[in-house]
Design a protein. Sequence first.
Length: 186
Amino acid sequence: MSGQIRTKAKLHKRYPLFSLLIYNGTTILHFLLGGLGIIYGYNLSTLSFAFGILYLVFAFGEMYVLMPLKVCPSCVYYRMAGGLCISGLNVVSRKIAHAQSAEVFPKRSKGLLCPNNLYMFSLAAPIVALIPALLLHFSLLLLIVFLALVILMIVRIFVIFPKIACVHCYAKFLCPQADQMGVREL
């Protein structure tokens, strides 16, 4: 496969453990801070607990259940012997889902409720939800959580995706996001 692909960046058949830890660590931290921020930001009320828990279930479900069921089965890492993608979810997907054609992979970003939009929503939702909370119930702790979420989002978009994850990914030649980020030729 690598003989047919010309790229400047080294493609990872198996992402290094450090990359997986960065990717999943920032994802999990983002989701947890988002859920706790929603709960704390709206005065620890019953409704804030409900929305915080609902957000956590949605975010973790979208990333760690929906992705392995809907996106991973059509990814090149699903079929790559010994392959390990940046999230490691291809390993999970092989155990819970049937392989799909690689032609399905670009469809991950098609439609309003596509997996990519749901993923980005799960990252952006707590940031948006905390803006009114900051106005209504300002606290230094809430501001710190909000800023941490914004920083995590910026780091994900400008460092993790283009420099750690997507640039080294074998799927970048089919992935619409890799094309949008301009990492296919790197």
